[in-house]
Ligand binder design. Structure first.
Ligand SMILES: C[S@@+](CC[C@H](N)C(=O)[O-])C[C@H]1O[C@@H](n2cnc3c(N)ncnc32)[C@H](O)[C@@H]1O
Length: 208
C-alpha cells in the first residue's frame, strides 16, 4: 500500500461530502477542459479522488481511466458512476508510479490537486509527456503552496500528527511548476489562477 493511502482512505467520506471550495472557478476549469474534448478521446485521470470531475466529463469523450491510491475514494467514485449510470469511466486503485501506460496511447491526461502530493513530480510530468502523442494535452490544477501559503510548511509536522495532512506535501511556486512543464517539453496553452491562494490551472500541450 502507498504510504499516503491510509490518510486518503480515512478522509474519503468527508472529502466526498465537502462542497467545491470555489464553484465559479471550478466551472470555468470544466468549461476550458471541455473545449478540448472530442467524442473519440481516451483520457487518463491521476489522483481522481471520488470521481466528480471524471463523471462530469464522461459524456464528452470515449473513455476515461480514472485512478487513485485510495480504495475508499475509488469505492465512492464507483458508487457515484453506478448511480448516474455512467459506463465509460473505469475507476482503478493505483498509484501514479504503478500505472502501466504505453507511450503515446492517451489523448489527454488530467491531474487535479495531486502534483503537490507526490515526491517525484518531475518524473511524473516526464511520464505524462511520454503517454501523450504529439498534440496530446495535459490539463492540471495544482496547489502551488510556496506562493502565498508558504507559512503552512513549518506547521506540517503538527498537522500530520493530528491527522490533518498526508505525509507527502510539497511546496513550490507556480513559476517553478511552469518551468518544470517546459523542461519536460510541454508548451503552455493556458495558465490561469483565480487568486494566489488557489491552485494554478494549466493546459499543456505536447508539441506536434
Ligand atoms: C486533494 S485530493 C484531489 C482529488 C481530485 N483530483 C479532486 O480534484 O477533487 C488528492 C487525491 O490524490 C490521491 N493521491 C495522492 N497521492 C497519490 C499518488 N501517488 N498516486 C495516485 N493518487 C494519489 C489521493 O488519494 C486523493 O484522492
Amino acid at each position: 500500500m502507498h504510504q499516503d493511502a491510509k490518510f486518503w482512505n480515512r478522509v474519503a467520506k468527508r472529502y466526498a461530502k465537502s462542497p467545491v471550495a470555489d464553484q465559479v472557478s471550478y466551472e470555468h476549469k470544466l468549461e476550458v477542459t471541455r473545449g478540448h474534448f472530442t467524442p473519440e478521446m481516451k483520457v487518463l485521470e491521476i489522483g481522481c479522488g471520488t470521481g466528480t470531475t471524471a463523471l462530469l466529463h464522461a459524456p464528452h469523450v470515449k473513455h476515461i481511466r480514472a485512478t487513485d491510491i485510495s480504495e475508499n475514494m475509488i469505492t465512492i467514485a464507483r458508487e457515484k458512476a453506478a448511480a448516474q449510470d455512467i459506463r465509460n469511466v473505469d475507476f482503478e486503485v493505483s498509484a501514479i508510479d504503478d500505472l502501466k501506460i504505453e507511450d503515446e496511447s492517451i489523448d489527454m491526461v488530467m491531474a487535479h490537486s495531486i502534483l503537490h502530493l507526490v515526491t517525484n513530480r518531475k518524473e511524473v510530468i516526464e511520464r505524462v509527456f511520454r503517454m501523450l502523442p504529439p498534440g496530446g494535452l495535459f490539463i492540471t490544477s495544482t496547489a502551488c503552496l510556496k506562493d502565498a501559503l508558504g507559512f503552512l510548511k513549518p506547521l506540517l509536522p503538527v498537522m500530520r500528527l493530528v491527522g490533518f495532512a498526508p505525509k507527502t506535501v510539497e511546496f513550490f511556486t507556480a513559476a517553478q511548476l511552469e518551468q518544470e512543464f517546459r523542461d519536460a517539453g510541454f508548451e503552455v496553452d493556458y495558465n490561469w489562477r483565480p487568486n494566489p491562494k488557489q491552485g494554478v490551472f494549466m493546459v499543456l500541450r505536447k508539441p506536434t
